[in-house]
Design a protein around this ligand. Structure first.
Ligand code: ADP
Length: 493
C-alpha cells in the first residue's frame, strides 16, 4: 500500500493539517489560529464554525501547496483538543451553543456539589477520571440546562453531542457519521473504560439522554468517507485519537512502561500500562491509550498546568528574556545548585497535588540572586514538576526506564539534560517532533494497510538525541528535597 496520509491536528489555539508521505515524513503543513472567547471569568469558548473552517482551509492549503491530489491520499487521521464539548442539530448541523473548551471552569460548583454528595468514587471507578469541570459531562449538562429548548430537543433525539473529533467527522462526511474513538470517549466522563460502553449509571447521574451520544469505534477504523465536494475526492477517515494519546502513538510508546511527556504551555505525561487499567492512589488519571482491533491499551496520565508558560512569563511578564530560547545560554552561565526555587503555581497546582488555590512563589533569594538564577529556576521548575509525577507513578508501583519528550520546550538541550539528571532516567528526543499529528497519521496508515502492525510503526521512530543522567545521586536528592520544601510552602491544603 502507498499513498499520502493527511493528519488533521485541531488544537486549542490553532488548527493544522500536516501531509505525511507513506514513510512518515512531513511533506507540507498549514496552520491557522482562531479566536478564543472569554465571555465570563473562567469561561472559555470557541466558535464551532471557526473550528471547522480553519480545519477545512488548512487541508485545502496543504494539498494545494504540495500539489498532491485528494485521490492520492490513502486516508485521513484526526487528532484533537480533548474534552471540548459541542452540541448540534442532527438535521441542519447547526450548533446550539459555542464549543465549551476543556479549560472552562463554569461547572466547578456543580462538580463540587456532586463531590459533596459522594459521587467521585463511582465516577473514578468507571471512568478513571476525577470529578472536575475539565471533562465533557458537566459541560454537556450545562448546555442542556442553559440553552433554550436544548433539553427537550435532546430528549426527542433531535440533537447530537460530540467532542471535536466527532464534530469534524460529522462535517467531513456531510453529516453522515456520528462517531468517535475510544480515547476521546474516555475523556467525556460518561464512558466506562472497563466495559468500553457509554455507562447508564453515569448518564443518569449527569442526566444525559443516550440519544445524544456518538458510536464509539477503535482508534484505527473505517470512520466514514469525506464528502467529495470538500477536498475533491472521497477520502476515508481512518484514524482518530485525542491529542495526548496521539502523541503517545507518534512517540511509538507501545510497550508497558513506556512514557512520553509533551512540554508546551503545560506538560502532559502519559505512561502506557498495557491491558491493565491501573488505578492510581496518587490522583493520576487512568485513561484509554488507544484501542486497536478491539483491544484496549490503558495509560496513566499526569498533567502540569505551567511548563513553557513559566518561560513565557519570564519573557513577557518579567521581561528577563528576549526570547524563550535565550533561557538556554542563561542557564549555562550558572550552576544547578544556586538555591533559588520557582514554584509556578500561577493557576494552582495540577497532578499529583491538585491544589487549585495554591499560588506561585520564588524562594531562596539572596543578595547574589540575579537574572540567571531566576531564569534557571523557571526551567528547573518544569523538571522538578515532572519528577513529582514520576514520584506519584513510583508510589503506584511504576518505574520508568526512559522518557520520550516532545513539544516546543524540548528544543532546549539544557532543560533535557537537567530533566535526565533530576529524574535519574534517560530522556530521548525524537527526530520528528510533530508527534501528535504523526500519531494520527500512523493510525490512519495502520487502517489503510500502509503499516501492517505496531511493530512496523515502532521501527519508524528515530531518536535524535538521548540525554543520560550525570548528576551524582546525592546532589540530585538535595536539589529535589529543596523543591519539595518550596512546594510545601505554597500548598494551601
Ligand atoms: P503549545 O502547543 O502549548 O502552544 P509549544 O509546543 O508550541 O506549545 O511550545 C511553546 C512553549 O515552549 C512556550 O511556552 C515557550 O515558552 C516554550 N519554549 C519554546 N522554546 C523554548 C526554549 N528553547 N526553551 C525553553 N522554553 C521554550
Amino acid at each position: 500500500m502507498s499513498g499520502y496520509l493527511l493528519a488533521i491536528d485541531q488544537g486549542t489555539t490553532s488548527s493544522r493539517a500536516i501531509l505525511f508521505s507513506s514513510d512518515g515524513n512531513i511533506v507540507n503543513t498549514a496552520q491557522q489560529e482562531f479566536t478564543q472567547h472569554f465571555p465570563h471569568d473562567g469561561w472559555v469558548e470557541h466558535e464551532p464554525n471557526d473550528i471547522w473552517q480553519t480545519v477545512l482551509d488548512c487541508c485545502l492549503q496543504v494539498l494545494k501547496e504540495s500539489g498532491v491530489k485528494a485521490n492520492e491520499l490513502a486516508g485521513i487521521g484526526i487528532t484533537n483538543q480533548r474534552e471540548t464539548t459541542l452540541v448540534w442539530d442532527r438535521k441542519t448541523g447547526k450548533p446550539v451553543y459555542r464549543a465549551i473548551v476543556w479549560q472552562d471552569r463554569r461547572t466547578s460548583d456543580y462538580c463540587a456539589e456532586l463531590n459533596a454528595q459522594g459521587h467521585e468514587a463511582v465516577v473514578n471507578e468507571k471512568t478513571g477520571l476525577l470529578l472536575d469541570p475539565y471533562f465533557s459531562a458537566t459541560k454537556l449538562r450545562w448546555i442542556l440546562d442553559n440553552v433554550p429548548l436544548a433539553k427537550e430537543r435532546a430528549e426527542k433525539g433531535e440533537l447530537a453531542f460530540g467532542t471535536v473529533d466527532t464534530f469534524l467527522l460529522w462535517h467531513l462526511t456531510g453529516g453522515d457519521e456520528h462517531r468517535t474513538d475510544a480515547t476521546n470517549a474516555s475523556r467525556t466522563m460518561l464512558f466506562n473504560i472497563h466495559t468500553q460502553q457509554w455507562d447508564d449509571e453515569l448518564l443518569k447521574l449527569f442526566d444525559i439522554p443516550a440519544s445524544l451520544l456518538p458510536e464509539v469505534m477503535d482508534s484505527a477504523a473505517d470512520f466514514g468517507v469525506c464528502d467529495p465536494e470538500l477536498l475533491g475526492a472521497s477520502v476515508p477517515v481512518l484514524g482518530i485519537a485525542g491529542d495526548q494519546q496521539a502523541a503517545l502513538i507518534g512517540q511509538a510508546c507501545f510497550s508497558v512502561g513506556m512514557a512520553k511527556a509533551t512540554y508546551g504551555t503545560g506538560c502532559f505525561l502519559i505512561l502506557n500500562t498495557g491491558d491493565e487499567a491501573l488505578k492510581s492512589n496518587n490522583r493520576l488519571l487512568t485513561t484509554v491509550a488507544y484501542r486497536l482491533n478491539g483491544k484496549v491499551s490503558y495509560a496513566l496520565e499526569g498533567s502540569i498546568f505551567i511548563a513553557g508558560a513559566a518561560i513565557q512569563w519570564l519573557r513577557d511578564g518579567l521581561k528577563l528574556l528576549e526570547s524563550a530560547s535565550d533561557s538556554e545560554d542563561i542557564a549555562r552561565s550558572t550552576s544547578v545548585d544556586h538555591g533559588v526555587y520557582m514554584v509556578p503555581a500561577f493557576t494552582g497546582l495540577g497532578a499529583p497535588h491538585w491544589d487549585p488555590d495554591a499560588r506561585g512563589a520564588l524562594l531562596g533569594l539572596t543578595r547574589d540572586t540575579g537574572i540567571a538564577e531566576v531564569v534557571t529556576s523557571g526551567l528547573q521548575s518544569v523538571c522538578y514538576q515532572t519528577r513529582d509525577l514520576l514520584e506519584a507513578m513510583a508510589n503506584d508501583g511504576i518505574q520508568l526506564d526512559s522518557l520520550r519528550v516532545d513539544g516546543g520546550m524540548v528544543a532546549n538541550d539544557w532543560v533535557l539534560q537537567f530533566l535526565a539528571d533530576i529524574l535519574d532516567v534517560e530522556v530521548d528526543r525524537p527526530e520528528v517532533i510533530e508527534t501528535t499529528a504523526l500519531g494520527a497519521a500512523y493510525l490512519a496508515g495502520l487502517q489503510a494497510g500502509i503499516f501492517d502492525s505496531l511493530e512496523t510503526v515502532e521501527k519508524q521512530w528515530q531518536c535524535q538525541q538521548s540525554f543520560n543522567p550525570q548528576l551524582p545521586g546525592e546532589s540530585r536528592d538535595k536539589l529535589y528535597a529543596g523543591w519539595q520544601n518550596a512546594v510545601a510552602r505554597v500548598r494551601t491544603q
